[in-house]
Design a protein around this ligand. Sequence first.
Ligand SMILES: C[S@@+](CC[C@H](N)C(=O)[O-])C[C@H]1O[C@@H](n2cnc3c(N)ncnc32)[C@H](O)[C@@H]1O
Length: 375
Amino acid sequence: MPHLLLSNFSIPSTPAQIGEVKFLFYAPPFLGVEIEKVRFLLQLKEYRKGKGGYPLYLLKYEKRTRPLLKLLVKAYSSFLQWSGAKVERENISGIKDKKLSPFLVTIWEDFSNIDILEIGFGTGRHLLQLAREYPDRTILGVEIYPRAIQQVLRRLEVEQIKNVRIINYDGRLLLERIPPNQLEQIYLHFPLPWEENREKRIVNLSFLKEIQRILKPGGFFYLRTDSPVYRDWTIEQLLELPFVEFTVKKNFTYKIVSKYEERWRRLNRNIFDIIVKNWEEGGRPVQNYQFQFKGKLEGIKPELIKGKRFLIHIERIYPMREGGELIKLAMGAYERVEGLFIVNSPTGSYYFKPPAPVEENWLAHQQLKRIYRCP
Ligand SMILES: C[S@@+](CC[C@H](N)C(=O)[O-])C[C@H]1O[C@@H](n2cnc3c(N)ncnc32)[C@H](O)[C@@H]1O
């Protein structure tokens, strides 16, 4: 982790600006920074006494708001100038600015140019096959496991594949960010079956409704599973839909065999495909959620608030040196709680970085305003 070990400094009053770096507030141990409209927090931690008995401080970034290395290095160097700190040790020289892969997208992206989606692509064998098979289509892969993402990003670079976008997010929540009647194909191969816990299964009625909403008329959803429990569950859920056409196949060879499937084949397990064709048109457009406060949150304190579809965990409150407070919280859907900060200042409150624009975060935001009496 790139950091500086510092001594002998003082932190002048905020807000302040050194070159293009803005120091917005100091809420020990956090320092709010803004560069090129990107906000992140630096963290100053007492380390241990130096040889002469004087205190040493570690300056590093805060994980939830982690910036690109390029911005971090700019912030460090402006901080040194601003605070007069002496560098005792550092590990940033020689670290090259690691650029984010151009294939990696975020939940704030506009998804209106995506044609094909794969949910939970794992090692990415099938995703890469789709990219080769449909060179004139844009394919989006969503995965929650970061190591799988890294692997596939590397393969995309090596194979010079350009028509794939990757997102590290929960596939269930991603769907609501996709415009209606947008996709030609959606794949879900070997979802974790959660045979003992149906609440955790990706497929349920609201997932299937979203699938129907985002598929083009004539487009299809392709589920492949080795679990008879998951097969039956999916069929049961599909039949809850008011209007549906689907096909079930047993032990059909698919054009690509994933690592996961190889294992089941060796064990001679049956493999089932459920292919759902969509005939629905229309449906809810993507919501443009704005997460704003028109005042200050009142009486906020560490606590856990549970809603039906979301939770809010007020973790800790850090007083800001120049008045107000920095609130550390986690909120959102139970399966995708997001770590956030709110600046709660006498002149009004704002999210230091806005939450992902999905419905559960929006519901949590509304509840936050209600509980802490903020318009
Ligand atoms: C059993 S593996 C199958 C991987 C791949 N589809 C295959 O056929 O080999 C299930 C994958 O789904 C991913 N996953 C589980 N829940 C997910 C979710 N909610 N959103 C996106 N990916 C998810 C897991 O990280 C894992 O890589």
